[in-house]
Design a protein around this ligand. Structure first.
Ligand SMILES: [Zn+2]
Length: 343
């Protein structure tokens, strides 16, 4: 059947994005057809579009990893889903059977399927989703729901599943005004930790304080690792969530307390920072990677969002036809929170 959608037929700048009429196949066994009501943008969408994601993307491709919608039809007669069900398509559908899934690391499932990466995503009016990869949408605005899984689910995995953050610990959050950053501040504050927000732009200070930051360090104005040492009584941070990489990663090493945990969640600011391994072993620093989310992380953040204890900030909602402007907005890194498209 035909639907409006944005199909990538080549990699490049925002000019490769156009809304056209696309052919969506009938759902096959184990699949459902979903009418998309909201889909949020991630930096990864921009990297995939530009062809620099280091992921195997087959063209033509449809982006869109965080999708909320309504079931149109399920292929299987005994499907738990039926027309009209409001659903969230999980951004990471895990197999449940591989060695990582069986050892508590489903977030790095060896056979995981991600909409918008391994198959067509939600930058279209309709998408096909695996029946076992959708969950009932919570009782929230679809735009809010679409803003939760990746930022808040990853923040939950980083701080609880990876760093095991405790009450009273100093938690530094890099890029604190962005989508993942503002989620980490809220998750850290909810855990009773003491969040320190790193922002480049002082205009974001009020926003990050509203997200739970106890202290704000403007990285463009200060030797930020030194500021963190001052704030923490010269000890350094117990936990740092750094998805920036590059020079920020080097600063994170300096800002960590002895035996501190550095959670690496990305590296868009530089994938090959300098690392002094002597500093790592003499001070027993822990460098921990985190990727993606487990289904129970998403369940946890959806529940807390319904209770009003976690609140994604929506930078902008835009129509699908404005997809180029939406990519420009995310690329500008000037937004606070998430950009969401409504096909
Ligand atoms: Zn698995």
């Amino acid at each position: 059947m035909r639907a409006d959608g944005v199909v990538l037929t080549r990699f490049g700048g925002p000019e490769v994005l156009d809304v056209t009429s696309i052919d969506i196949p009938e759902p096959g066994p184990g699949e459902v057809l979903v009418r998309v009501t909201a889909v949020s943008l991630n930096h990864l969408d921009l990297e995939i579009r530009a062809g620099v994601s280091r992921l195997p993307i087959d063209l033509p491709h449809v982006l869109g990893r965080e999708v909320v919608g309504e079931v149109v039809a399920a292929a299987d007669a005994d499907s738990p889903w039926s027309a009209g069900d409001r659903v969230l398509v999980l951004p990471h559908v895990v197999c449940g059977r591989c060695r990582n899934c069986l050892t508590g690391a489903a977030n790095i499932c060896l056979r995981g399927w991600m909409p918008g990466i391994h198959g067509w995503g939600g930058n279209a009016e309709l998408m096909i989703a695996p029946s076992r990869g959708i969950v009932a949408a919570p009782d929230l605005d679809p735009v809010i729901t679409a803003a939760l899984p990746i930022s808040f689910g990853t923040a939950w995995r980083a701080l609880h599943g990876t760093a095991h953050v405790s009450t009273g610990e100093w938690v530094v959050v890099a890029g604190a005004g962005g989508a993942l950053g503002h989620a980490c501040l809220q998750v850290a504050a909810l855990a009773g930790a003491r969040p320190i927000a790193l922002v480049r732009d002082p205009a974001r200070a009020d926003f990050v304080r509203r997200c739970g930051a106890e202290e704000v360090v403007v990285t463009s104005e200060a030797d930020w690792p030194e500021r963190v040492r001052t704030i923490t009584g010269s000890r350094g941070a117990d936990v740092i969530v750094d998805h920036v990489g590059g020079a920020n990663f080097e600063g994170s090493i300096r800002a960590l307390a002895d035996r501190g945990r550095l959670v690496v969640a990305g590296g868009h600011g530089g994938e090959f920072p300098q690392l002094d391994v002597v500093d790592v072993f003499r001070r027993e620093l822990r460098i921990l990677g985190v990727r993606s989310q487990r289904p129970d992380d998403i369940e946890a953040v959806l529940g807390l969002a319904v209770e009003g204890r976690l609140t994604p900030h929506i930078a902008e909602t835009m129509a699908l036809k404005d997809v180029r402007a939406a990519h420009d907005l995310v690329a500008s890194r000037s937004t606070t929170g998430k950009v969401v498209l409504q096909p």
